[in-house]
Design a protein around this ligand. Structure first.
Ligand SMILES: *Cc1c(COP(=O)(O)O)cnc(C)c1O
Length: 411
């Protein structure tokens, strides 16, 4: 393999159709941000829009703005925007709550839709909240259902006629390994089980076709590749064919058929609206709306192609220049999401040394260094510069200093 040169990366940037998108984001000069898979970058238009919503809609409009600015309709309006990113028709997606809460609502609804079935199947090493929420649900139901968490290779063969739900994360948060959504969904449904996908690490990074694949349920996060801002509300998807039988347990007033009648007895709204619980976060929704509009202005196929190439080039550079790192992610880009994970026993300190050089990735215990590739605001030269810095850190052993070895609360 001929060694790559920086000029090659400069040329790629010159011909990159997505390059102009970088201008739409606030990125400090000299910063290389490889953590957009964990917290996306602030779009330039967000601060102004929020400021307007605060001063005009809230400040001047006050309570009238619920109607004049359709604050109450944002969960469905934004849901329809997310729908376009995940291959869903309208009225199947709602923007509300957190991914964690939405997993609980949909998993509980799935158990009701598959009466008599006792298994909730998921993967060992799935994102912790996905596992915890299923465990909490099983406990609440008096262990009438059981969580079966298995190593990745054993998940598919465990799905049987007693399985109510299979919950998997499309792109694994640590390794970046990607499930084949179509075939797994098909295998699950062949046993009469429901399929729920957690799209937290894939939405905004690649095209997704939930309707075409006939997925039952899905959830996902909006502060990662979608750039909605820290703690921005999550989304949930309930396929139209399930909405009649869909009954979620957090029966708050805004999921009621007529919330403003304030009746004493709960009666769920028709359609996706029933997945609502309480009052929508108006300011967070305002930030998310700007971010979604930005994402909807690009061709998701271009995003995926750039992300795959970035991952491939990064792995190639690491293999050439930093062979002391193991590559934890699939090297086949068809089986990989939009981040690449490297393994090293000193991973934490090495990442801290990199961050001290203004190159930000993150660390996941016990030894994973994660590098997220977000095609809207990353340049190909950023990859080159990152590996150059990493090579230098390893050669100089500059990670081996007390300030880099001390572990902070959030990694
Ligand atoms: C980020 C992420 C979440 C986040 O859940 P929150 O409720 O927003 O904290 C959930 N699942 C997966 C797979 C994630 O990557």
């Amino acid at each position: 393999m001929t060694p790559l040169a920086r000029q090659y990366f400069e040329q790629l940037d010159k011909h990159d159709q997505l390059a102009p998108m970088r201008e739409k984001f606030c990125l400090e000069e000299g910063l290389v941000y490889l953590d957009g898979n964990s917290l996306g970058v602030l779009p330039r238009a967000t601060a102004n829009h929020i400021s307007q919503v605060v001063t005009q809609q809230w400040g001047n409009g006050l309570i009238r703005s619920w109607n004049t600015h359709q604050w109450m309709e944002k969960p469905t309006k934004l849901g329809d925007k997310v729908a376009q990113l995940i291959g869903s028709k309208k009225a199947q997606v709602l923007v509300c709550d957190t991914t964690s809460v939405n997993i609980f609502k949909l998993a509980a609804a799935a158990v009701k839709m598959r009466p008599g079935r006792s298994k909730l199947i998921t993967e060992i090493g799935n994102f912790a909240t996905d596992l915890y929420l299923l465990q909490g649900l099983a406990k609440l139901l008096g262990n009438k259902v059981e969580v079966i968490a298995l190593p990745r290779e054993q998940v598919l063969s465990a799905i049987d006629e007693d399985t109510a739900l299979v919950l998997l994360t499309h792109v694994h948060f640590k390794t970046g390994a990607m499930w084949d959504m179509a075939s797994v969904t098909q295998m699950t449904q062949k046993k009469g089980s429901l399929m729920m996908w957690d799209l937290s690490h894939s939405v905004g990074a690649m095209p997704i076709n939930l309707d075409e694949i006939n997925v039952d349920l899905a959830v996902g996060c909006t502060y990662k590749y979608l750039n909605g801002g820290p703690g921005s509300p999550a989304f949930l998807y309930v396929a139209a064919q399930h909405q009649d039988l869909f009954e979620q347990p957090l029966t708050g007033w805004l999921g009621h058929a007529k919330p403003f009648d304030f009746e004493d007895d709960y009666q769920g709204a028709a359609g996706i609206q029933q997945a609502m619980c309480g009052t929508p976060p108006v300011l967070a929704n305002a930030a998310l709306e700007v971010a979604l509009n930005l994402m909807l202005s690009v061709d998701m196929h271009l995003v995926r192609v750039k992300s795959q190439l970035m991952g491939n080039l990064f792995i190639q550079l690491i293999q050439q220049r930093c062979p002391q790192f193991g590559v934890e992610s699939p090297t086949d880009d068809e089986q990989r999401g939009s981040h690449v994970s490297l393994a090293h026993t000193q991973g934490y300190a090495i990442m801290q040394a990199l961050i001290a050089r203004n190159i930000i990735g993150d660390f996941r215990a016990p030894k994973t260094l994660r590098f997220g590739f977000t095609p809207l605001y990353l340049r190909y030269v950023d990859l080159w510069d990152t590996v150059e810095a990493l090579e230098d850190i390893m050669l100089q052993e500059s990670w081996n200093q007390p300030e880099f070895l001390h572990r902070q609360a959030v990694t």
